[in-house]
Design a protein around this ligand. Structure first.
Ligand SMILES: O=c1[nH]c(=O)n([C@H]2C[C@H](O)[C@@H](COP(=O)(O)O)O2)cc1CO
Length: 149
């Protein structure tokens, strides 16, 4: 892939949101998304979402420490990219919080996912929802979104 270079401070910061307690079946996809975002020249602030050892590290944190850390990272982000195929209360909350903070949101899902109407029917101009059927398509959508930030 042709590398798109952002200069120093311009490097967009991305909060990747994906299911944790909602189910970890798409963990590999979250990892793939983080890799693509890095290749696109942006920085992922929430790499823990794609960490297979996350349950162990987060178990040393209190619930409030997890919440405070994530809300702090989200507030510093230029965009939120959420994988919404696996329903998750936390992902839904982060999407809503990002929109409140006027942070652009990209929601991605597999074509057969039962995505909530709160996402599919959301009219916020800062919210984009896209379905993908392959890693190639997922990559293309993410790169296009980051370049338009
Ligand atoms: O341990 C955690 N660490 C953490 O960062 N989160 C955040 C990031 C994820 O995008 C989102 C997942 O929420 P949930 O656990 O409800 O699926 O919440 C959520 C949890 C557990 O709820």
């Amino acid at each position: 892939m042709e590398k798109f270079v952002f200069s120093g401070q311009d490097k967009p910061k991305i909060f990747v949101s994906g299911s944790i307690r909602g189910g970890r079946q798409l963990l590999d996809t979250y990892g793939f998304m983080c890799d693509i975002i890095g290749e696109a020249g942006a920085e992922v602030l929430s790499l823990h979402v794609a960490d297979p050892e996350l349950e162990e590290t987060e178990s040393k944190m209190t619930e409030q420490e997890i919440y405070d850390r994530d809300m702090g990272l989200l507030a510093r982000s230029n965009a939120l990219i959420a994988e919404v195929t696996v329903p998750s209360t936390g992902v839904g909350y982060e999407i809503c919080r990002a929109l409140d903070l006027k942070i652009p949101v990209l929601c991605l899902h597999r074509p057969d996912a039962a995505v909530s109407a709160m996402v599919l029917g959301n009219p916020y101009p800062l919210m984009v929802v896209r379905s993908y059927s392959s890693e190639g398509e997922l990559k293309e959508i993410i790169i296009k979104f980051i370049r338009a930030l």
